[in-house]
Design a protein around this ligand. Structure first.
Ligand code: NAD
Ligand code: TYD
Length: 374
């Protein structure tokens, strides 16, 4: 792989993937990161890798929906591979405003596919890898896991837009012979995750002594995947996966949201005991747990069967949830400046407009179903 186009490389998983790539001894190519720099982007996440690999890591500000510019970049850089992360990625935002999700996730993917189809008409030594989610499969009951053959049943505007993009990607394979692969992964966690997703919201609020908002009864289950494991799975699929095939990626990390939040509180007690954190005013971290109004259409349980990836490509996750949580909490604590930077931008404006500040999320829903977990 000589020149790789990474879309959304200033985001959580994209930036982890670029760092992962430059750690691989066998990787001698270059990366062009194409990112619109939405609220979720943080150029600081790539600062070190860009400085160290100046000649091999470039970023271009570009909206993937801008077909003309995307086309031009394909001609300029002659990409050999596309790793497509760029997306609107937060379910709650898709409930407040689905338009950007339809634009970026569907039209943006379409624009990339068209550019790849035009640029790669006579090439077979290329790959279009699309990052998707387990949320396209819908919601599980108490038992069972999502397989690659599970019928799509998306429930939120976010998952519906991802499902649409998955179908487009596969259609380009069947219709035009584009060498595509898709990976559908479960909830990622780890360094550099934007503070709107559960884990960083809880961690940061806890440190600041603010309520830890848990939607509904806290018994929704997610299958947590350490982001570096996800990156290694993507790289394996790109190098060894079969064109036209989908691979599920999971972390063997099923847990209810309430258990996860308690796990974060426990990890924090070990690293920054609440008794030494003045923001806690004598409380323990777990005392901050606050049940808030449920998310509309909240999927109950996700669980991933990644046996195809294990059997066919020999991949399996290497970081267990307990270990991954400790690493993640430790990373945020020693990178507080990143948190400050990422919260200083657009996110704050959106948060103020919609929630009146994240700390007030619980209060906003306080009238209905607010109670303490312990
Ligand atoms: P993120 O929200 O942290 O980052 C998204 C990045 O894409 C940002 O840098 C943003 O600026 C960029 N972007 C958004 N719209 C763009 C546009 N129109 N043009 C160019 N760039 C644009 O997202 P993430 O959590 O890193 O997720 C990456 C991918 O993984 C997404 O496709 C998401 O659906 C998928 N995924 C994420 C998770 C998870 O747990 N985070 C789980 C399953 C699948
Ligand atoms: P999230 O991190 O938004 O990922 P996704 O919706 O893609 O699974 O949410 C993970 C789970 O945590 C989900 O069940 C919703 C829940 N949640 C809360 O309970 N409180 C919160 O503040 C957030 C952001 C999520």
């Amino acid at each position: 792989m000589r020149t790789i186009l990474v879309t959304g490389g200033y985001g959580f998983i994209g930036s982890n993937f670029i760092r992962y790539l430059f750690r691989q001894k066998g990787f001698k190519g270059r990366v062009v990161n194409l990112d619109k720099l939405t609220y979720a982007a943080n150029p600081d996440s790539l600062k070190e890798v860009t400085a160290k690999f100046k000649a091999r890591c470039t970023s271009v500000k570009c909206d993937i929906c801008d077909h003309e510019l995307v086309d031009k970049l394909f001609k300029k850089y002659r990409f050999d591979c596309v790793v497509h992360f760029a997306a609107e990625s937060h379910v709650d935002r898709s409930i407040y405003g689905p338009k950007d999700f339809v634009e970026t996730n569907i039209h943006g993917t379409f624009s990339l596919l068209e550019a790849a189809r035009a640029a790669w008409a006579d090439r077979k030594d290329v790959r279009f890898h699309h990052i998707s989610t387990d949320e396209v499969y819908g919601s599980l009951g108490r038992t069972g896991k999502f397989k690659e053959t599970t019928p799509y049943d998306p429930r939120s505007p976010y998952s519906a837009s991802k499902a649409a993009s998955d179908h487009l990607v596969m259609a380009y394979h069947h219709t035009y012979g584009l060498p595509v692969t898709i990976s559908n992964c479960s909830n990622n966690y780890g360094p550099y995750q934007f503070p709107e997703k559960l884990l960083p919201v809880v961690l940061i609020n806890a440190i600041e002594g603010k309520p830890l908002p848990i939607y509904g009864d806290g018994k929704n289950v997610r299958d947590w995947l350490y982001v570096e494991d996800h990156c290694s799975a993507i790289w394996r699929v790109i190098n060894k996966g079969r064109p036209g095939r989908t691979y599920n990626v999971g972390g063997d990390g099923e847990m209810t949201n309430l258990e996860l939040v308690k796990g974060i509180c426990d990890a924090l007690e070990k690293l920054v005991p609440s008794s030494e954190n003045k923001a806690l005013k004598g409380k323990r971290y777990a005392d901050l747990i606050t049940f808030v109004k449920d998310r509309p259409g909240h999927d109950r349980r996700y669980a991933i069967d990644y046996s195809r990836l294990r059997r066919e490509l020999g991949w399996q996750p290497s970081v267990g949830l307990a270990e991954g949580l400790c690493r993640t909490v430790a990373w945020y604590l020693s990178n507080w400046q990143w948190v400050t930077l990422v919260r200083s931008g657009e996110y704050r404006k959106w948060e103020e407009k919609n929630y009146g500040g994240r700390g007030k999320t619980a209060a906003r829903a306080g009238g209905r179903g607010r109670r303490n977990a312990r």
